[in-house]
Design a protein around this ligand. Structure first.
Ligand SMILES: Cc1cc2nc3c(=O)[nH]c(=O)nc-3n(C[C@H](O)[C@H](O)[C@H](O)COP(=O)(O)OP(=O)(O)OC[C@H]3O[C@@H](n4cnc5c(N)ncnc54)[C@H](O)[C@@H]3O)c2cc1C
Length: 375
């Protein structure tokens, strides 16, 4: 007899778990804070790796559908100097093993692969408490509650489930990204579109500062501006006043090539601040009956292109472990967590190294070494 699974969070990790459970005939319900699948634009390109994200999609039986989402040519990579000089230009020759898809399309693929009603939208967890004997009661902000024998926190960086297992909380790493978009760039911003090229572009300088952009579908350029400043510095900028916030961020890039600064100043969307936080490297917990974590809730790290892939891989591994131990939740969670802790500690060390190489005082040479396999 299989225990129904209660999953908190309909991000890529929680949805992959629900799908792999469904493939194995195990019932699951996903409770998601957002009111609907389209409540928030799921911006951003994700490269899905053949050693984790793609394995998860295979376990989910969705590889063929995934191939239909791939945006060809987006694995091209360029590194520019602050004045626009091209330092590295790697075309997409189709051998990278990291095809790019839009996060929103991948999420929709997973949602559509689940039986209707699996995801309960508008269910924001406000508290969770242990009832003993491996059972937990989840209370939602809408006043409803559920009791479950198998609870999975797939609710991201600020997980409400995590405190059942660990006292760890995310800490600011000292760098934030500011997100902007330019639409129809090939016609409206040709110089910026040319600078970004067919895939990803990064222009980084010492001091943890830079402009990174990615070409999405339809000539959309998605930019993450990196600035290494304390939280208080950002708190002094009113991000509800787009024009002033944009001008203040652009001021940090005075003298840079106009095709690069236009990615900030010509933004078609208000700039969005994304502080980078992490859980401690090697974050783990002692086994607590009836509950576990996956994805960012378990191992939030510096972004290095692995986080979504790891969340999906966790979801698939947990789903397979539950299927492999019918009627024995604790055996399933023990097997899953033993591998999870090793995998996520290694990934966090690598992410810290990669982030350091990109944003240290040797920039942009660390990134170039990474991309050319010389790091
Ligand atoms: C700037 C930036 C760039 C990144 N770029 C990449 C990249 O290129 N490639 C890559 O692989 N990774 C990237 N990542 C990392 C990646 O976004 C995360 O690692 C990944 O989204 C984690 O997936 P998840 O399912 O664990 O959590 P999430 O995607 O955060 O999903 C959690 C879900 O839980 C819901 N939720 C939260 N709280 C509650 C609650 N109380 N009740 C109910 N629901 C709740 C949320 O609404 C959300 O839907 C990037 C991260 C950042 C910050």
């Amino acid at each position: 007899m299989q225990t129904p699974v209660t999953i908190i969070g309909a991000g890529l990790g929680g949805l992959t778990l629900a799908r792999v459970l469904h493939v194995h005939g195990i019932p699951a319900t996903v409770y998601e804070a957002e009111p609907s699948p389209t409540a928030r634009t799921q911006g951003g390109m994700l490269d899905i790796h053949d050693y984790n994200g793609q394995l998860a999609l295979q376990a989910a039986g969705l590889m063929d559908a995934f191939r239909g989402l791939i945006l060809e040519g987006r694995e091209a990579t360029r590194v520019l100097a602050w004045d626009g000089t091209v330092l590295l230009d790697q075309p997409d020759d189709g051998t990278g093993g990291r095809p790019e898809v839009l996060r929103g399309e991948l999420r929709k693929l997973l949602i559509d692969s689940l039986p209707a009603g699996t995801v309960r939208w508008g269910h924001k967890v406000s508290s969770v408490r242990a009832l003993g004997d491996g059972r937990h009661e989840v209370t939602f902000a809408n006043g409803t509650t559920v009791v479950t024998r198998l609870l999975v926190g797939a609710d991201g960086a600020w997980s409400r489930v995590r405190p059942l297992l660990s006292n760890a909380t995310p800490e600011y790493v000292g760098t934030s990204f500011i997100e902007t978009y330019l639409f129809d760039a090939d016609t409206r911003h040709p110089a910026s579109a040319k600078a970004v090229g067919g895939g990803a572009m990064a222009a980084l300088v010492p001091g943890g500062k830079g402009i990174q952009a990615h070409r999405e579908s339809g000539g959309t350029l998605h930019t993450y501006v990196a600035l290494t400043q304390p939280k208080e510095w950002f708190a002094g900028i009113d991000f509800t006043d787009s024009a002033t916030a944009t001008a203040r961020i652009a001021q940090e890039f005075t003298g840079w090539a106009p095709e690069l600064t236009a990615l900030i100043t010509d933004g078609d969307t208000p700039p969005v601040l994304r502080p980078i936080n992490t859980l401690p490297i090697g974050h783990r917990w002692d086994r607590v009956p009836g509950v576990t974590l996956l994805g960012d809730a378990a191992h939030l790290t510096r972004p290095n292109g692995e986080g979504a892939n790891l969340a999906m891989y966790d979801g698939a591994e947990l789903g397979k472990a539950i299927a492999a131990h019918p009627g024995d939740v604790e055996a399933a969670l023990t097997a899953y967590e033993e591998a999870l802790f090793i995998r996520s500690a290694e990934a966090a060390i690598e992410a810290t190294r990669d982030f350091g190489l990109c944003f240290d005082d040797n920039a942009p040479h660390g990134l170039i070494s990474l991309l050319t396999g010389n790091a």
